[in-house]
Design a protein around this ligand. Sequence first.
Ligand SMILES: CC(C)(COP(=O)(O)OP(=O)(O)OC[C@H]1O[C@@H](n2cnc3c(N)ncnc32)[C@H](O)[C@@H]1OP(=O)(O)O)[C@@H](O)C(=O)NCCC(=O)NCCSC(=O)C[C@H](O)C(=O)O
Ligand SMILES: [Mg+2]
Length: 287
Amino acid sequence: MTELKPRRSVLYMPGANERALEKAKTLPADGVVLDLEDAVAPDAKDAARERVCAAAASGDYGRREVAIRVNGLDTAWHDADLRAAAQAGPAAVVVPKVNSARDVHDVEKALARAGAPDRTAIWAMLETPVAVLHAEEIAAASDRLTVLVLGTNDLAKELHAESVPGRAPLLGSLSLCLLAARATGKVILDGVYNDVRDAEGFEAECRQGRQFGFDGKTLIHPSQIEPCNRIFAPSPEEVERARRIIEAFDEAEAAGRGVVTVDGRMVENLHVDEARRVLALAAALEP
Ligand SMILES: CC(C)(COP(=O)(O)OP(=O)(O)OC[C@H]1O[C@@H](n2cnc3c(N)ncnc32)[C@H](O)[C@@H]1OP(=O)(O)O)[C@@H](O)C(=O)NCCC(=O)NCCSC(=O)C[C@H](O)C(=O)O
Ligand SMILES: [Mg+2]
């Protein structure tokens, strides 16, 4: 069975917020993104960089995957952020507003120059119209790039799109990014839900993201972690059905048949692959 790294819930926190960095050590998120970009005011960038890199290097986040979001390639802080992140050696450097394969190559070279350990991956944020239109080229640019992250706030802003339940104005972009991720074998995370008090709207958006095929969702508040983990994990019923699909197909194959029905539905090899993926994810989520 393939080993899968769970990335159901990935929580951002402002790098300047010491309390949030500390609290994240106890939260049940699969991953955390210590942010140096939009959530940090220009005057606080240098202090936040120091704090975030110390936190990432501390080893205090247990099983949670720790990533650092650096400032964009065209900003005055980008180079210093990348150098410091390379030394801290987080699981990933999250690069906002990536627009081309060349951007990815530039980050890759800068990380190598700064002596980043091999374990530090690149996560590219897709959050501009240009990025969406070049999503496949970006995703395929480097083996070091392992995860695509949607930046739906920036994308909506650039598109002049309204924020509406169901996200109709963004669906085309979400689909293109998913196609790029699946075509290149990368993980893909959905964007954030801004209304931290709207639990119902948040759950609906998580379900929509899961139905689309996202591996998980980026979050902004601790209250969003539990529902997100639940919705992006296989349910006990899905695990049970996956087991039955594999069993039924094994029996059918042994009897020389390549197709069978489970609960009245046709099951072929491709459904077995999906059942195996469900079991691998469930296994990865076991404590
Ligand atoms: C959204 C918030 C500003 C809300 O803050 P606040 O009202 O202070 O929250 P609470 O009082 O409800 O907080 C309760 C406790 O939880 C801790 N907390 C809150 N948020 C976080 C967090 N993100 N990580 C860890 N801990 C958190 C508080 O410290 C309280 O703890 P305690 O004192 O023990 O009770 C705030 O939630 C926030 O800042 N969220 C993150 C914002 C952020 O990082 N934004 C940037 C990333 S999103 C983005 O950029 C999207 C993308 O680029 C795009 O384009 O879409
Ligand atoms: Mg953004």
